[in-house]
Write a protein that binds this ligand. Sequence first.
Ligand code: S3P
Length: 423
Amino acid sequence: MKVRGAVRPPGDKSISHRALMLAALAHGRSELAGLLTGEDVKSTARVLRQLGAVISPIRDGGTVTVRASRITHPASRLHCGNSGTTARLMLGVLAGQRFPATLTGDASLRRRPMRRVTEPLRAMGADIEEERGDALPLTIRGGRLHPLAYTSPVASAQVKSALLLAGLSGGVAVSVREPYLSRDHTERLFLHLGLALRLEHGAISFHPPAPTVPPFRLSIPGDASSAAFLVAAAVLAEGGELAIENAGVNPTRTGFLVVLERMGARVERVNLRDEGGEPVADLIARPAALQGTVVTAAEVPTLVDEVPILAVLASRAEGETVFREVGELRVKESNRLELIAANLRAVGVAAEAQGNDLHVRGTTRPPGGRVETARDHRLAMAFAVLATLPGADVRLSERASVAISYPGFFRDLERMNGARHRD
Ligand code: S3P
């Protein structure tokens, strides 16, 4: 296809969750513009409403208002849907509250590990009861917490954020060290709200000034991870140019663009600006010939959600691409590591998980075959982009999962296809 025009990716999923949670911990009325309308963010809103926050409907283009005073005991289980961020960050929020609450989720979320968050929260003094080992459902009863200095074995923004939120809701100091810097949206939002956060000897340290958060107004930038699918479609196109407007370019999220540049595709950033402490730009993407590369372990946290689409791009590059230390992908919405490799093979690409590394060998043969998405939104979108190649015959097992993070994805993919509307 040829690409043309301009597309605006939906609101950033990570920032949307955090903005809703902090607004629910604030005393007063907050206003959030550009919030993602995807299912994961609706899960966070649903859970916060069960805890007493009053949140206006989450609709495209509208401003969402959050009125909160104090969160209270929920009448029933808190269902986090498919959203790992909802479950893990809410465990942090609930650790500082003096009532019991049970969290659960859909079948995919109930398979995901939770001890990475519950262990440090227990060390802070939260009481957490497991029903099925290291997984949801979990019942948490928070209370009087102790300060914690924690070194996380994984570079996970969910772990770091859960602990910072526990410090905030429980009114205790927390410091977190991680092996590599993961996305820093929680830190940026804390700073934007005037909450005392410092970088001390390589650790993020938070000393809660007072247990109250001021109500706030925030405009949420477009999601860098959703933008990545649009950029990739433009890179693989036969011609044209695509503008991706209002995309977040926080350096902890733009590893995709760094790797892409190494592979031979330079994406221009124009109109660089700041939105609520986050860097934002318009991206200009064009078709390019790609070379294989090595993605290092240190880069992985900055592109952790982009491995599916980068692997798809690698399948069109000259030579081999290796993704080092991507074992975390086994515990995402699906076993992404195995499914990326299996689905690439299913469409005629040589790909293999070797230990915690992923190897993909590029080809020029048009892809053809059936892709099993396992209802994982990022697998569905990555292979939908592959399906835009000339001569491709790629069939997806389902498309509905894109509603988790990018409800308008297929509409936008269709709209940017300049070849269809032409002359
Ligand atoms: C997220 C952190 C990442 C990412 C997820 C969203 C967040 O997970 O994969 O989609 O909003 O904090 P990990 O913290 O498990 O790496």
